[in-house]
Design a protein around this ligand. Structure first.
Ligand SMILES: *Cc1c(COP(=O)(O)O)cnc(C)c1O
Length: 224
């Protein structure tokens, strides 16, 4: 079956191999709206990092696959009132875009289990405040807030290329914004960028974490 997800994973990894050797690019397979069985199939083929964007779907999938000890990346918009629930199962939070979210993640009852989570500050490259992510002029303050948080470990930046712009131009801006986050903490050098349609451009501009869905999973089931 040439088009089975595991075969597409192998083909994708082959394309990535040079970049991975050069600087350790992490492939995150985004499995939103797909069943846990698909994740299991890809895990059996060696894939360890998976991305999800919707709570509680993501929670249920992580629970169903707890035996596999996978690394879960939450890449969707984080709601303040759900953030702590997401942090229970998500190892990496890609979408920190407001100080209120950091505050919510620091809250909770005494005695709550509260592992320190890896965190990326999501930057809005579109100029449209309705899109997710902090505006570039708020990036430095938010990165400092995350770096100072007891609930989070600042790892870098995340962004989605805006529609209606060359992804290469957007990722070039992101690379410069990422430098500002490294000025806050030199170890915060992750750049989460690149999806099925624009990962080559993202890699060219320094992406360290690719978030790939359909190119590996096939089309997402409709609805939900
Ligand atoms: C769904 C999603 C992806 C994967 O998109 P594809 O185009 O299917 O590769 C990546 N990042 C985010 C934030 C997503 O929501």
């Amino acid at each position: 079956m040439a088009d089975a997800p595991a075969a597409r994973l192998a083909a994708f990894l082959e394309q990535l191999e040079g970049a991975r050797r050069a600087r350790g690019v992490t492939l995150i397979v985004v499995t939103k709206r797909h069943p846990a069985s698909l994740v299991r199939e890809l895990a059996a083929a060696g894939q360890r990092d998976f991305g999800e964007s919707r709570h509680p779907e993501s929670r249920d999938k992580a629970a169903a696959l707890a035996d596999l000890d996978l690394t879960w990346h939450f890449v969707g918009q984080l709601q303040r009132n759900k953030a702590r629930q997401v942090a229970r199962y998500a190892d990496v939070l890609h979408s920190i875009d407001a100080p209120e979210l950091v505050e919510a993640l620091e809250g909770g009852e005494p005695g709550d289990e509260r592992p320190v989570r890896d965190a990326l500050v999501q930057v809005n490259l579109s100029g449209d405040p309705a899109r997710g992510g902090v505006a570039p002029d708020g990036l430095d303050a938010l990165a400092e807030r995350v770096a100072a948080s007891s609930a989070l470990r600042l790892r870098g930046v995340m962004a989605v290329a805006p529609l209606g712009e060359e992804p290469a131009a957007a990722f070039e801006r992101l690379a410069r914004l990422a430098e500002r986050v490294r000025a806050v903490d030199p170890a915060a050098d992750w750049i989460s960028a690149g999806m099925s349609g624009d990962w080559r451009e993202a890699l060219e501009h320094g992406a360290t974490h690719l978030r790939i869905g359909t190119a590996i999973t096939g089309n997402r089931p409709l609805g939900g």
